[in-house]
Write a protein that binds this ligand. Structure first.
Ligand code: NAD
Ligand code: DAU
Length: 332
């Protein structure tokens, strides 16, 4: 089996490559990545280059995408502009990569009749009230809030249309908030860990009541592999690990695990349009494909993630200055 992993030098893509490298030793993996500010070849260090190949190119480049897809069995499409705060600052790369890039991939898998798995997010469903007993299911209507989530929603719609109109062999997964090693320091958990490591206070948006449904990135990878191997063409699967926590609880836990007082954080201005709560019902994936999350102890997962950032300062230091400079412009 030859797979093409777009965005494989980013956080979740590189963890997926490492997961497949271990779980499917006979598969040949090609990473296709533009290496934006979020991509880093260090994320793939230590992998045998005879099994993991690399193409530096843009998914909007139809010639590069055509050549790469002609030579593969399946495409797992992670590449995206992924950060909500950046999308509020400048939506244009989100339109380009998330919409035009996905369209370019769809045209190529259509031309060469290749299998596609499209990686999406729970944010396409909008948000829930804190006391809403319902969770997101594959039948929840789309209701995205930000430039990021609306372009992800648009990309899902393109995939669905290409399945129905052109018979493209695609599946979609919508996963909740991932955490683990190699996550860019612009994101919530690594930002707080590295703020503490640099001697500053963690930054909580607004009152910190917003809830995210945390999942370890290796559980996301195992869910994607299950769908790739056993999923029904045209179907959408939700991936989540019942990890709902509000942001205040997560910051307090990080502080406690790093030996600080749990009140030693500061409130900063809120994100405009900030989604209140996400929650995933993953029963379709569990019941139909037999998937189960393995890393359900969030405190332990967070402890290991803190350890990784402590031990890999050389990895995150170069991106930290740029990330904090962006935040200073927005007062967050
Ligand atoms: P990331 O920002 O860490 O990585 C994105 C990768 O895509 C980078 O390596 C970047 O260089 C590459 N890329 C960006 N634009 C490209 C382009 N035009 N051509 C080629 N490569 C390009 O993102 P992530 O957090 O790892 O998210 C990966 C995917 O998972 C995204 O599709 C995102 O929407 C989805 N997702 C993320 C989460 C999460 O919690 N982070 C949850 C659910 C779904
Ligand atoms: O739900 C899946 C989504 O999760 C993915 O599709 C996105 O790619 C991914 O970035 C993530 O989106 P969020 O906006 O939920 O993640 P972020 O890490 O930016 O923020 C998580 C929560 O923490 C959110 O409620 C905002 C808050 N926050 C964030 C930062 C950076 C803070 O309180 N302080 C901060 O410094």
């Amino acid at each position: 089996m030859k797979i093409l992993v777009t965005g494989g030098a980013g956080f979740i893509g590189s963890n997926f490559v490492r997961y497949i490298y271990k779980e499917r030793p006979d598969w040949d993996i090609t990473v296709f990545d533009k290496l934006t500010y979020a991509g880093n070849l260090k994320n793939l260090e230590g992998l045998d280059e005879s099994r993991v190949h690399f193409i530096k190119a843009d998914i909007c480049d139809s010639e590069a995408i055509d050549n790469a897809i002609a030579d593969t069995d399946a495409v797992i499409h992670f590449a995206a502009e992924s950060h909500n705060d950046n999308s509020l600052f400048d939506p244009s790369p989100f339109i380009q990569t998330n919409l035009i890039g996905t369209y370019t991939i769809l045209e190529a898998v259509r031309k060469y009749n290749k299998r596609l798995h499209h990686i999406s997010t729970d944010e396409v469903y909008g948000d829930l009230e804190l006391d809403d007993p319902a969770k997101f299911t594959p039948n929840t209507p789309y209701n995205p809030s930000s430039p990021y989530s609306s372009t992800k929603a648009g990309s899902d719609m393109l995939v669905r249309a290409w399945v129905r109109s052109f018979g493209v062999k695609a599946t979609i997964s919508n996963c909740s908030n991932n955490y683990g090693p190699y996550q860019h320091v612009e994101k919530f958990i690594p930002r707080q860990i590295t703020e503490i490591l640099e001697g500053r206070k963690p930054k909580l948006y607004g009152a910190g009541e917003n809830v995210r449904d945390w999942i370890h990135t290796d559980d996301h990878s195992s869910g994607v592999l299950a769908i790739l191997e056993k999923g029904k063409i045209g179907d959408t699967y939700l991936i989540g690990a019942d990890g709902e926590k509000n942001n205040k609880q997560v910051i307090e836990l990080i502080l406690e695990l790093m030996g600080k007082s749990s009140s030693d954080y500061e409130h900063v201005s809120d994100r405009p349009g900030h989604d209140l709560r996400y929650a995933i019902d993953s029963s379709k994936l569990e019941n139909e494909l037999g998937w189960k999350p393995r890393y359900t102890d969030f405190k332990l997962g967070l402890k290991n993630t803190i350890k990784w950032y402590r031990e890999n300062e050389a990895w995150w230091k170069p991106q930290k200055i740029e990330a904090e400079a962006k935040y200073r412009k927005t007062g967050r």
